[in-house]
Design a protein around this ligand. Structure first.
Ligand code: SF4
Length: 275
């Protein structure tokens, strides 16, 4: 068993490895960690590299994969790539859920029946409140897409990212996700993290390295401590949570992360429920 596999099995290192597929997005949310928008540099990892990382992650002993962006489903090659990655490890792909027109739904055929799940952002139970930070018609598109995805047999999780939410509003949001076919165990609520565009809007909580799970994150710019690491502010990719620019072979950043985790004082770990 590799050192990484032992650390994951022993609970000393999170089992999930993340990849930033791209940085561009069809939306431009006010709390976006990566300042994503349609015209930003794409920084695509590419299909060959993503499948290669999935294979290496499996061999090293990671247990599952996360894919984020930007909006990954802007990449036409993504469904086939996700299906190939899922032959190595289960994949969770984060999406804003607004691109799933009937034509795009048909393109999801490669991931039907695979171990690819989607995590879709839905912050509020009402269109106006939800769309305030995410853009017009976001709510309508998401609530239309979720049951269609569920009908395709794709597991859907809902992520609610908020500064705060009152109990009554949360109750209505939970009633809505159940109605859309998403059970309670697939609904996550997380705080806005003050990085990226959220800094400019003074939103969210400050998070330091040890507030964040040490989930190895691979981008075109290098390997990071967490998916909250390779964020963008004023057009510049952050380096405060950069581990190394070397990402191949994957054992280099994986072992570097493990060394950092093991050097942490006991009890000095995440407190902000950021996931
Ligand atoms: S938060 Fe997500 S959906 Fe919104 S702009 Fe950023 S990447 Fe796009």
């Amino acid at each position: 068993m590799s050192e990484i596999a032992e650390a994951v099995a022993g609970g000393r290192l999170p089992g999930r490895l993340w990849m930033y597929a791209n940085y561009h997005c069809n939306l431009a949310c006010t709390y976006c960690l990566t300042e994503s928008a349609p015209q930003v540099p794409r920084r695509e990892l590419g299909p060959t590299r993503m499948v290669e990382i999935a294979r290496e992650a499996s061999e090293l002993g990671f247990t599952d994969l996360g894919v984020t962006g930007g909006e990954p489903f802007l990449l036409m090659w993504l469904p086939q790539t996700l299906a190939e990655m899922a032959t190595h490890l289960p994949v969770l792909v984060l999406t804003n859920g607004t691109l799933f027109s009937p034509k795009r739904l048909a393109r999801l055929e490669p991931i039907r029946g695979s171990s690819v799940a989607m995590q879709i952002s839905l912050d509020r139970p009402d269109p106006d409140a939800n769309d305030e930070m995410r853009g017009a018609e976001n709510f309508a598109k998401v609530v239309d897409a979720i049951p269609r995805l569920v009908d395709l047999g794709i597991r859907v999780r809902i992520a609610t990212t908020v500064e705060s939410i009152e109990d009554a509003e949360l109750d209505r949001l939970c009633a809505l996700h159940r109605q859309l076919g998403v059970p309670d165990e697939d609904h996550v609520i997380r705080p806005i993290v003050r990085r990226g565009r959220a800094v400019d809007y003074r939103l969210g909580v400050d998070a330091q390295r040890d507030d964040l799970p040490a989930e190895l994150t691979i981008t075109t710019d290098g390997a990071y401590w967490s998916p909250f690491g390779p964020t963008v502010h004023s057009g510049v990719v952050g380096t405060d949570l950069l581990i190394t620019r070397t990402t191949s072979p994957l054992s280099v950043p994986a072992n570097a992360l493990l060394r950092l985790v093991e050097a942490r004082p006991p009890g000095d770990d995440m407190t902000l429920n950021i996931r």
